[in-house]
Design a protein around this ligand. Structure first.
Ligand SMILES: Nc1ncnc2c1ncn2[C@@H]1O[C@H](COP(=O)(O)OP(=O)(O)OP(=O)(O)O)[C@@H](O)[C@H]1O
Ligand SMILES: [Mg+2]
Length: 243
């Protein structure tokens, strides 16, 4: 098993005097979809941003393929094989689908970018069919596919997805999860944050439950589906409130 990403003891936040994460540790292996779930405000997006180099890490380490990359700025992480798809605002609605992909390939040599875009169009026929249309015509699910496809241009080995199914219909979410499963088939690793805990656990290999900026539970996703403790953490409810 190749370890792609190890985040150890991450302390991070938006102000030095107010850490949001209090020493969170997660890892992701090659070929694995790993999901982070937890209540609103648990620090899931903050963790993904700390890994992606968008939030200052004040303690702890981020290792990518065995190398210490703690604090590497986001724009340099693409070169280390990391792609990040944020929670919102993923596509440029006034640009065409093809132009959106070109933006994603900005770090590549032009010929390479165009070749990768052709590959992406072969892989995702929906994007190819709408290549000349503005991204604003896409449905929510199609926008997510475009956002992920754009992140794939640099052939990342680690793909960070923050709530890829937010706002999608159950059917569109299921399609997106199929796409995500496909991403790891060739040895990439996916770290995904999801709001829809049950659906996410069903399609993930392993998962972590985060609450109040701390690790709570982790394990094989199918085991966590059976874990009653998770419902309580999620609802912020006291055990006696849960019948
Ligand atoms: N840009 C920011 N500046 C200051 N505080 C922030 C910022 N973004 C998030 N926070 C705070 O950090 C805490 C964790 O937020 P975060 O977005 O990581 O949670 P989350 O688990 O992703 O929640 P959600 O499920 O709602 O997306 C919250 O208290 C939030 O208010
Ligand atoms: Mg979030």
């Amino acid at each position: 098993m190749t370890r792609r990403l190890t985040a150890s003891g991450i302390v991070a936040g938006y102000r030095p005097d107010l850490p949001i994460l209090h020493g969170v540790s997660v890892h992701v292996d090659a070929g694995e979809v790993m999901t982070i779930i937890g209540p609103n405000g648990a620090g899931k997006s903050t963790l993904i941003k700390a890994i992606a180099g968008l939030v200052t890490v004040s303690a702890g380490t981020v290792e990518i393929d065995g190398e210490d990359r703690t604090g590497t700025p986001a724009h340099l992480l693409a070169g280390a094989g990391v792609a990040y798809v944020p929670q919102t605002g993923n596509v440029f609605t006034t640009l065409t689908i093809r132009e959106n992909l070109i933006v994603g390939g900005a770090a590549l040599a032009k010929a390479e970018a165009l070749a990768r875009i052709d590959e992406i169009f072969t892989q995702y026929p929906m994007l190819a069919a709408k290549r000349a249309e503005k991204a604003r015509v896409l449905s929510g699910g199609e926008r997510q596919i475009l956002a992920i496809a754009r992140a794939l241009l640099t052939s990342p080995r680690i793909i960070l997805l923050d709530e890829p199914t937010a706002g999608l219909s159950p059917m569109a979410a299921a399609e997106l999860f199929d796409l995500v499963r496909g991403l790891v088939a060739d040895g990439a690793a996916v770290l995904m944050v999801e709001q829809n805990a049950k659906a996410a656990l069903k399609m993930s290999d392993r998962a972590y439950v985060l609450a109040e900026g701390e690790n709570r539970i982790d394990g094989v996703a199918s085991d966590l589906l059976e874990n009653d403790e998770i419902g309580r953490i999620f609802l912020g409810a006291r055990p006696e409130d849960v019948a």
